[in-house]
Design a protein around this ligand. Structure first.
Ligand SMILES: Nc1ncnc2c1ncn2[C@@H]1O[C@H](COP(=O)(O)OP(=O)(O)O)[C@@H](O)[C@H]1O
Ligand SMILES: [Mg+2]
Length: 247
């Protein structure tokens, strides 16, 4: 690896962020730790970080190709993603195409119902406050973003959704919903950061309807990492599969 891991600057629930020699770049390290229910349920699943970093890299490339600015520079080796350092915006932006998860627990939607237009939900990213759902007025009053920035985040999120749906459906995967995070780069652009992985998205096999994401872990089922490997196998080019030893 030509870029060296510098000082550890952040340890989250599933990833670490390290400085590099370049002050505008970090290494996002994908760990094998997995959590659900605000950290109430925890485990360590061998190779989870390996697959998540590979899947995220591929999907960052897909959204970049659709004209969205992302953190992604290069996957140095599985697990370690060289990224633009971002000043993160404390928002969890959730894009929903099909009703699932907390949405059907909190509102009278039917599980599996398809929305005519994607729903964009923004939660305040705060473990202390348990990620409450925001509206624009609250986000603005908290100083999280301006009205214009919130509008830009909505528009970029819809663009990302379109790019991901088109790509994943071509690979046989449905995208009911996903969570993304944004930050500002050194030029104050709003840039997609964090990850786009089975930890942060729902992926359903279009043919078998199998769940291929963290819902398996939430429900206490086995084969979590096998499902993540299957996602990698479905979306990667042969050349990359060979490179990373995925069949
Ligand atoms: N490009 C980036 N630059 C700086 N910080 C980032 C970048 N991408 C993600 N982060 C932050 O790094 C952390 C990633 O680790 P994670 O385990 O997901 O943390 P958390 O438990 O806070 O969700 C998150 O807090 C995320 O906001
Ligand atoms: Mg996270």
């Amino acid at each position: 690896m030509s870029v060296k891991l510098g000082k550890l600057i952040y340890t989250g629930k599933a990833k670490d962020v390290y400085e590099t020699d370049n002050p505008q770049q970090v290494i996002v390290k994908f760990r094998d730790d997995i959590t659900a229910g605000d950290g109430a349920k925890k485990d360590n699943l061998q190779l989870k970080g390996y697959y998540n970093s590979i899947i995220s890299s591929k999907l960052f490339e897909v959204v970049e190709a659709a004209g969205v600015k992302t953190q992604y520079i290069e996957l140095l080796e599985p697990g370690n993603m060289l990224s633009h350092k971002l000043d993160m915006i404390p928002l969890e932006v959730i894009v929903r195409n099909i009703a699932a998860g907390s949405l059907v627990r909190r509102f009278p939607f039917e599980e599996g119902q398809t929305f005519e237009q994607p729903l964009i939900q923004m939660d305040y990213k705060s473990d202390e406050y348990k990620d409450p759902m925001l509206n624009d007025d609250i986000a603005i009053a908290l100083g999280i973003a301006t009205a214009e920035e919130l509008q830009e985040i909505r528009e970029i999120s819809i663009q990302i959704n379109r790019a991901l749906i088109d790509f994943l459906e071509s690979k046989g995967i449905m995208l009911p919903d996903f969570k993304i995070e944004f930050g500002y780069d050194s030029e104050k652009n709003i840039v997609l950061g964090d990850e786009i992985s089975p930890d942060t998205c729902r992926y359903w096999d279009m043919e078998t309807k199998d769940v291929l994401d963290k819902d398996l872990f939430r429900k206490g089922e086995s084969g979590v990492v096998d499902a993540y490997q299957k996602v990698a196998s479905m979306i990667l080019e042969e050349e990359d599969k060979e490179k990373w030893g995925i069949d």
